[in-house]
Design a protein around this ligand. Sequence first.
Ligand code: AVJ
Ligand code: FE
Length: 446
Amino acid sequence: ELAGSGERLRGRIHAELTRARRRSQLLTDAVDEHDLVRQHSPIMSPLVWDLAHVGNQEELWLVRDVGGRDPVRSDIDDLYDAFKHPRRDRPALPLLGPVEARSYVATVRDKVLDLLDGVRFGDRRLLADGFAFGMIAQHEQQHDETMLATHQLRVGPPVLTAPPPPRATVPVAGEVLIPAGAFVMGTSTDPWALDNERPGHRVELPAYLIDAAPVTNAAYLAFVADGGYADPRWWSEAGWRHRCEADLVAPMHWRRDGADWGYLRFGRFSPLIPDEPVVHVGYHEAEAYAAWAGKRLPTEAEWEKAARWDPDTGRSRRYPWGDGEPTPEHANLGQRHLTPASVGAYPAGASPLGVHQLIGDVWEWTSSPFQGYPGFAAFPYREYSEVFFGPRYQVLRGGSFGTDPVACRGTFRNWDLPIRRQIFSGFRCARDAGPERAYPGDLGRT
Ligand code: AVJ
Ligand code: FE
C-alpha cells in the first residue's frame, strides 16, 4: 500500500457504500409496507427480499469473511440465498418484515464501516484494491436496478419522480465503420472488474458497421407498423414460438392510445417520444427487428471494440470517451432520470469514431451467449457468473438509466434469458462491412 492510498481507498469505499444505501432506501421508502412485501410479478422478488438479500450478502462477504466477525443472523442465510428459492416462491417464505429488514441492513452496515476503518487492503486477494467492498457496492446497486424494474411493474399511483433527461443537441444517425484489426477485450487490471470481465485478451475482428445510436422508438414503431410481429420471416424459430405463446405485439409497457402508441412508465402514461431508444424489448424482438432492417445484432466483441478501442493509440479504454469516470455530461446513468435520453443528448460521451450512447440509457442485447473468456477463473464464487455460462443466457452491454456508474464500464457484462424484457433493455444493430468498405481507398471503384 502506498502511503495515503489506503486512506483514499477507504474514503472511496465509504462513499460508494453510502451512495448505494441511499439508493436502496429511496426505492424502498417510496412505497408502503404492503407494497414492500407483495410480489408485483412472479418473475420479481418482493422489494423487501431484495433489501434483506443485499444486507445478507454484505454480512457474508464483509462481516464474516473479510472481518472474521461473528454472524449477525446466520439463521436467515437460507432465505436470502437466490439459488435456494426461485423468485416466484419468495413471497411465501418467512421473510424479515420491512422494519426488521431495515434494522438488519443497518446493523450489518454499522459493522462493515467499523471494520473498514482497520482493514489492511494488501492482505488477501479478496481485499486487493478493496475488491470485496467494491463487489458488495456493485451488488447492492445491481439489486437497486432490479428494484427499479420491480417499480416499473408495480401497479398503482406513481411514487418515483425524477427530472427528464437532457434533450438532443447533435444529430446522430446512420452507421459507423469500425476498421478491421485486433483489440484487447476484457481487463486484467481494472481493480473492481468482476470475474467474468477477466482476463484481458486480444480479439481479431474483420471490419464491421455498427449503428451510431441505439434503435429508437420511431424506428421500432416502423417495424411494428410494418407487421413485424406478424411475420415469422424475421424471427428465429425459438423467437417466433415465444412471440406466439406470449402473444407479443409490441415492447413491454407499450399501450395503445387510439391510433397511436404510448408507454406506461412508473405509473404514468405518456406518448412515445420518437427519438428515444426503445426499451423493454427481449432478445428475440431485437433479433427480429435487426433481420427486418437487413442487419444483425453486434457480437459482444463488436460492441466492446466500438466502446473501448482508441483508433489513435490502439489501446482499449474504460469508456467510449476515455478513462475518466462518467459525469452527467457523458451518460444517462444512476437513476438520475427515469427514462432513456433522446439520441444525440450525450455528444461528450461518444467514442472517437462517433458511436453514441453506448454507456447508459438502455442495456444493449448482443448476439453472444454468456461465456467465460479464455483463461476465465471464478472469483470469488462460482455462483456470480460461472453457473450461468452456456447457451441459455445472452449478453447485454452498456448499462441503462437505472444502472449506477460503479456497476457500469466498457468491460461490464450483464446477461439474461432471451425472453426477458422487464429489464431496461434495448439494442443497436450491426452488419459486416464487406470488402469494399474495408478498404476505404477502393470506395467508388468497385
Ligand atoms: C448480473 C444482473 C444478471 O441480478 O441476476 C445480483 C446480478 N448477481 N445478485 C442478477 C446479481 C447476484 C445479476 N445480473
Ligand atoms: Fe444478489
